[in-house]
Ligand binder design. Structure first.
Ligand code: UDP
Length: 237
């Protein structure tokens, strides 16, 4: 893609990730932090893949003059998310709607900071329209433990929802929260929608796709899904 951008003179956006910080020793994470990543662990193909993508993007920028922008996207959620993608917000929301216990991995004290999708889109547009290459953290600094997230999902969907503890995956980052002062200053951007405001917007759509008693496919299911979900996962609800 960088080669193509160089050939045709396109502006190139790399949607990188907070995973470049690994299991961070600096908190909150600033763009100047180089990260703490296990290079041979189960997550490293993703973490190191994204780190290499940042390297290549900067090399094409410096060496070939490609106009690039780099965003480091922190955990994001919202309507049209694939409800069986295995991420924590999609899992908790679909489990609570289906009256299944919410699966908390590990002790549930690890933290993440959840950003509503429209805030991310605004940040990406500001980045592409601005003059600065980045990298920029794009995320919501509101930090929650997974137990706190389960509590918010419970309040939003079903006060009788329960949790169950499951073993955590290897190398799971213990905490994650963006320092967004660089994006505030240079892109004039900051998120506007808190988790308690954004979650009900996602839940509303999820409730129309899932039904507590099992599968229910609304009339517009395939038109919604075809537009936003890769072919391979279209039939997996
Ligand atoms: N997690 C959880 N239950 C789930 C799915 C994930 O407790 O059903 C935890 C997971 O261990 C991690 C956090 O939620 O600590 C965020 O996981 P996710 O896969 O959503 O995002 P990432 O780890 O890439 O930030």
């Amino acid at each position: 893609m960088l080669g193509l951008a160089k050939r045709i003179g396109a502006k190139f956006l790399l949607t990188s990730t907070s995973e470049v910080y690994g299991d961070p020793l600096e908190h909150p994470q600033k763009e100047t932090y180089w990260g703490h990543v296990n290079p041979i662990g189960v997550r490293s193909c993703y973490d190191e893949g994204k780190r290499t993508a940042e390297t290549l993007t900067m090399d094409y920028h410096r060496g070939a003059g490609v106009e690039v922008r780099i965003a480091r996207i922190f955990n994001t959620y919202g309507p049209r998310m694939c409800l069986d993608d295995g991420r924590v917000v999609s899992n908790f929301v679909s489990q609570a709607i289906r009256k299944q216990p919410m699966s908390v991995y590990g002790d549930g004290k690890q933290t993440r900071s959840f950003q509503y999708v429209s805030d991310l889109v605004d940040g990406l547009v500001a980045l592409m329209e601005g003059e600065h290459v980045g990298p920029f953290n794009l995320g919501n600094p509101g930090e929650f433990t997974m137990l706190e997230l389960a509590e918010v999902v419970k309040e939003t969907i079903d006060p009788s929802a329960t949790i169950e503890f499951k073993p955590n995956t290897d190398d799971d980052p213990h905490k994650r929260k963006p320092d967004i002062s660089k994006a505030k200053e240079l892109l004039n951007w900051e998120p506007k929608i808190s988790l308690r405001e954004g979650l009900p917007l996602m839940v509303k759509e999820a409730q129309s796709l899932l039904h507590p008693q099992g599968r229910r496919i609304p009339d517009d299911f395939f038109s919604i899904q075809e537009a936003y979900v890769p072919k391979a996962s279209q039939h997996s609800f």
